[in-house]
Ligand binder design. Structure first.
Ligand code: SER
Length: 574
């Protein structure tokens, strides 16, 4: 069966069982505590908690998902960043008996015998799932494995939400279908309470289903990938990474994401550049991503027609990013050349870990690429030393970025991209600290009714939205600007402390009501070391400059309305 057939069979099956078919939601989720939509249940989260579902109590979908947590796994036989999740859901309607029966019947219908299943074996808080064991036994499934929290308990997504024990179905040693019994609510401290209504949330990866159904050894040989991988020749791992990343990029761009240095745009930039670099490794000519992106559109256009209508934009974005990155790569090659000549003249045989890491960090060269280049010149590289540099760097950036996104562990190492854009990131960091100062200054000038309503920082400028009822006068704008520049010229110190969330709030530090924070947060202060005057104090993950003087001159360039009761300021640093 083709993937299109499998997807349709799944939806038809559940429609016949009284489920409403709901279209996939965007990869950009409603829930601001997560970066991407990574599971089918996400758009239904409120209905598991008792809110009335406009679609009724039984729904099914095929959901576009993007998982950053698996980025480093991509290249093996079954991990992806972008994938589709088939799911059926019950919000206080059916429970274990029907959910398991449906799964069993569907797999039988499409001719896939279950190899074995797993169930939750119980722990101190949640009892063993005896009921599921009984149901599986009755269906004649012989091999039933027990597993704990690690494997057979799912959720919540984000900081809190519905969750529960799972039963999972395996075929050919591949986990195919995860059936979650949403019986619990986990709060932000990890405490479980029973939900008023019981729910079912299931997820089956379409790519894996296609793999077993089409009898392929890995997901990249299925019809969801073969059209793309066929176009690339060379080493499997590089080929798979390119295929996965180009697909992810196409879908992210179609959902309105553009390459940038922060948040979602940052992930997009990272996968596009990573794909280009692996292409380089395979000797592919620049621009090779364009025909591959067209293949992606081709594979999915009937199911996601927006890919076709947005195709010109998608290709333009990829091409522009390719051109931008191409320049960096060229510079890196020159740098490598210099190094190689130096080594040849100096008589040493190898390129040091500091050098391979510099090429990686500053020019975005993957270690493998430098190794290839070195091999051509008869030189050796030191992988161990390189790894050590890389690890050290990752620790630093992870600390900063996980903090920024509330420590959800969603953000991977940022090393690679940060690297290619060291300068740009520095600029964004300066603007970030400036944004803290701007908020503090606005509160001093306009009063405490000013609260952050949003912010967006690019390499060019910061854009800060805040609650305030009228247009600001030019005196107020001038005063605000002067206050910020005062802090900069007095070179206040920037420092952070890690404290429990409650304590941070009690201390009067500013925070955003729209954002979700982890239980331990960072509080960034900007203060005068001599007088101890604290100008700004805010919950934030960073990164920030260390001294205010690093920011440069702060300038407000525009003030305007951004909706009822919300003003918007754009400012730059020079
Ligand atoms: N939410 C579960 C998962 O993502 C089942 O859909 O695996």
């Amino acid at each position: 069966m083709t993937s299109n057939e499998l997807r349709q069979r799944f939806l038809d099956f559940f429609e016949k069982k009284g489920h409403k078919i709901v279209p996939s939601s965007s990869l950009v989720p409603q829930d601001s505590s997560v970066l991407f939509t990574s599971a089918g249940m996400q758009q239904f989260k409120p209905y598991f908690l008792g809110e009335r579902s406009p679609y009724g109590k039984k729904v099914a979908s095929s959901q576009k998902c993007f998982r950053t947590s698996d980025i480093d796994e991509v290249g093996d036989e079954r991990h992806l960043t972008f994938f589709e999740m088939l799911g059926n859901f019950s919000f206080g309607d059916y429970f274990k008996q029907e959910a398991i029966n449906y799964a069993y019947d569907f797999l039988k219908e499409i001719g896939l015998p279950i190899q074995y299943v797993s169930v939750f074996k119980g722990d101190k808080q949640v009892p063993k799932d005896e009921e599921s064991v009984k149901i599986w036994k009755k269906l004649g499934v012989k091999k039933i494995k027990g597993a704990g929290r690690e494997d057979n308990f799912w959720g919540p997504t984000g900081k809190e939400g519905p969750c529960g024990p799972t039963t999972e179905i395996y075929i050919n040693d591949t986990e195919i279908w995860n059936i979650v019994f949403n019986e619990y609510y986990q709060d932000d401290k990890g405490k479980l309470t029973k939900l008023k209504q019981k729910g079912v949330d299931t997820g089956m990866g379409l790519e894996r289903l296609a793999m077993v159904s089409q009898n392929k050894k890995n997901i990249f040989e299925t019809d969801l990938f073969s059209k793309i991988t066929k176009e690339i020749s060379g080493q499997d791992r590089a080929k798979r990474i390119i295929a996965d990343h180009v697909k992810g990029a196409v879908f992210l761009i179609a959902d309105g994401i553009l390459p940038s240095n922060i948040e979602r745009g940052y992930i997009l930039r990272r996968i596009v550049r990573r794909a280009i670099r692996f292409g380089k490794l395979l000797g592919l000519a620049s621009g090779f991503l364009i025909p591959l992106a067209q293949k992606v559109v081709d594979i999915y256009k009937d199911v996601y027609p927006e890919l076709l209508s947005k195709q010109p934009d998608i290709l333009t974005v990829i091409q522009q990013e390719d051109e931008k990155f191409g320049k960096t790569l060229e510079k890196g090659l020159k740098e490598f050349e210099k190094l190689a000549i130096k080594i040849e003249n100096g008589g040493t045989a190898g390129i040091g870990g500091n050098d391979t890491f510099m090429l990686y960090e500053t020019y975005g060269f993957p270690f493998e690429l430098t190794k290839e280049l070195a091999k051509e010149r008869g030189m050796k590289v030191n992988e161990k030393a390189h790894k050590e540099f890389e690890e050290r760097h990752k620790e630093i950036s992870r600390a900063g970025f996980e903090g920024k996104f509330g420590g959800h562990g969603l953000l991977l190492d940022t090393g690679e991209l940060k690297a290619a854009n060291q300068e740009e990131l520095k600029k964004v960091t300066r603007l970030h600290t400036a944004t803290h100062l701007l908020q503090a200054a606005l509160r001093k000038v306009l009063g405490e009714e000013v609260h952050q309503a949003g912010s967006d920082i690019t390499v060019e400028r910061t854009r800060f939205d805040f609650s305030f009822g009228r247009k600001l006068t030019s005196e107020e704008l001038k005063k605000t600007e002067d206050l910020v520049n005062g802090v900069i010229s007095k070179d206040f110190k920037v420092e952070y402390k890690e404290t429990p969330y409650e304590e941070a709030i009690r201390s009067g530090a500013l925070y955003s009501k729209r954002e979700k924070y982890p239980s331990v947060v960072r509080v960034y202060s900007v203060f005068d070391e001599n007088t101890k005057e604290v100008f700004s104090k805010e919950l934030c993950g960073g990164p920030h400059v260390q001294r205010a003087s690093e920011i440069g001159r702060f300038k407000i360039i525009k003030e305007e309305s951004s909706g009822a009761g919300i003003r918007r300021i754009r400012a730059v640093v020079e």
